[in-house]
Design a protein around this ligand. Structure first.
Ligand code: B12
Length: 285
C-alpha cells in the first residue's frame, strides 16, 4: 500500500527547532559551533555549490527540513577521493541526503560532444566531481556505515529505473543499485523527505519505510503481495503518434486530430464542444 503523506506543516516540530533558523545552513564545524549545534540531524551532500535560493534543490530541501525543526548541514562538491570531506560535519543523527545537483551529473560534467564542460556554477567540477551513481554515496557509506542514505534530485529521479545513458551508449541499471542507497526519492521531494525525517526521528528503521509514494528501494526478493511483470508486455514498440504541437490553438489541434470519439468522450483540455448559433457546421472551441 502506498501512503500519500500528510500536509507538510501538520507535523509536530522536531525538538531542535529551538535553535531557530540558521542565517546559512552550516558547511563546517566552525559554522555549526557558531550556531551552538553539537551535531546535524540531516547532512545534504550536493554536486553543486551551495546557493541559498529556492531554485536550488539542496537549499529548498534543507530549509524545509529546518522549518520542520531539524538541524541541516551542507557538504557541497566534496572531494570524493577520500572520506575527509564527507566527515567534516560529523555523522548526521538521521540520514545523509545525496543529490547530483540541479542537473544530472553527466549533463553537468560533459557537453553533448562528450567534452568536459567548464561551468560557473560548479567551478572545478569538470571530470573531478563526485557522482551520485557511486562515488559520493560510497564515501558516505565508508564515512558512517550505520547512517541511512537517501538519494534524490533530477538525476536520481530520471535514472531510478533502467535507462539509456547517452555518454556510454548503454542501457544502464537503476542508479539505486550502484549507489547502494537505502531509499531513492523521485520527483519533488518535499513530502517524502519530511515524512522520512520524522519517521527516522521517531526511531523507525529506514528499511521499514516501504510505503511512501514517490520513493523507490531495492529488495532482494519479491515481497509478499507483489507481482513481477514483464515490461515488454506493457509497452510494445510500434508507430509513434504524431507529436502534439503545444503552441497550436485548440481549433487547429481538433482539425488535425478530429473531435473526441463516442458520447461523453473526455475532452483533453476540459473544454466541451459547443455549437455556435448560426455556424455552418460543428465548431469546437
Ligand atoms: C530554471 C531552470 C534553468 C535556469 C536556472 C536559473 C537558476 N539560476 O536557477 C537556467 C535558464 C539558467 C537553466 C540553464 C540550464 N539548464 Co535548466 N532548468 C530550469 C528548470 C526549468 C527549473 C529548475 C528549478 O529551479 N527547479 C526548482 C528546484 C527546487 O527543483 P529541483 O532541483 O528539481 O529539486 C527538487 C527535486 O529534484 C528534489 N531534490 C533536489 N535536491 C534534492 C536532494 C535530496 C537529498 C533529495 C532527497 C531530493 C532533492 O526535491 C526538490 C524539491 O522538490 C528545470 C526544469 C524543471 N522543471 O525542473 C531545467 C533543467 C534543470 N535544465 C536543464 C538543462 C539541460 C540546462 C542547461 C544545461 C541548458 C543548456 N544547454 O545550457 C543549462 C545549465 C545551467 C547550469 N550551468 O546549471 C535540464 C537538466 C536535464 C538533466 N537531465 O539534468 C532541465 C531538467 C530541463 C530539461 N528537462 O531538459 N535552467
Amino acid at each position: 500500500m502506498q501512503t500519500t503523506t500528510r500536509e507538510l506543516f501538520s507535523y509536530r516540530k522536531h525538538w531542535a527547532h529551538r535553535f531557530g533558523a540558521a542565517p546559512f545552513l552550516p558547511m563546517s564545524k566552525a559554522e555549526m559551533d557558531a550556531l551552538g549545534w553539537d551535531s546535524c540531524d540531516v547532512i545534504l551532500v550536493t554536486g553543486d555549490a551551495y546557493i541559498d535560493h529556492p531554485s536550488f534543490g539542496m537549499a529548498l530541501v534543507g530549509r524545509l527540513l529546518e522549518a520542520q525543526g531539524f538541524r541541516v548541514g551542507i557538504i557541497a562538491q566534496p572531494d570524493w577521493h577520500s572520506t575527509r570531506d564527507f566527515l567534516k560535519l560529523g555523522k548526521p543523527n538521521l540520514f545523509f541526503g545525496i543529490t547530483g545537483g540541479n542537473m544530472d551529473s553527466m549533463v553537468n560534467r560533459y557537453t553533448a560532444d562528450r567534452r568536459i564542460r567548464t561551468d560557473d556554477y560548479t567551478p572545478g567540477a569538470g571530470g573531478a566531481a563526485g557522482s551520485l551513481r557511486d562515488r559520493d554515496p560510497q564515501r558516505c557509506r565508508e564515512a558512517a556505515k550505520d547512517v541511512p542514505i537517501v538519494i534524490g534530485g533530477i538525476e536520481a529521479s530520471l535514472r531510478r529505473i533502467a535507462h539509456f545513458d547517452y555518454w556510454s551508449e548503454k542501457v544502464r541499471r537503476s542508479v539505486l543499485l550502484d549507489a547502494k542507497a537505502d531509499l531513492l526519492v523521485f520527483g519533488n521531494a518535499e513530502r517524502q523527505i519530511c515524512e522520512i525525517a520524522h519517521r527516522l526521528a521517531a526511531g523507525r528503521k529506514i528499511e521499514d519505510i516501504d510505503d511512501l509514494r514517490g520513493t523507490a528501494f531495492v529488495r532482494k526478493a519479491l515481497p509478499a503481495g507483489w507481482a513481477e511483470i514483464d515490461s515488454t508486455t506493457i509497452d510494445t514498440p510500434g508507430p509513434l503518434a504524431p507529436p502534439v504541437d503545444p503552441y497550436a490553438m485548440e481549433w487547429r489541434r481538433t482539425a488535425e486530430r478530429g473531435p473526441p470519439k463516442g458520447k461523453g468522450a473526455p475532452w483533453r483540455d476540459g473544454l466541451q464542444p459547443r455549437r455556435r448559433a448560426g455556424s455552418p457546421g460543428r465548431r469546437w472551441r
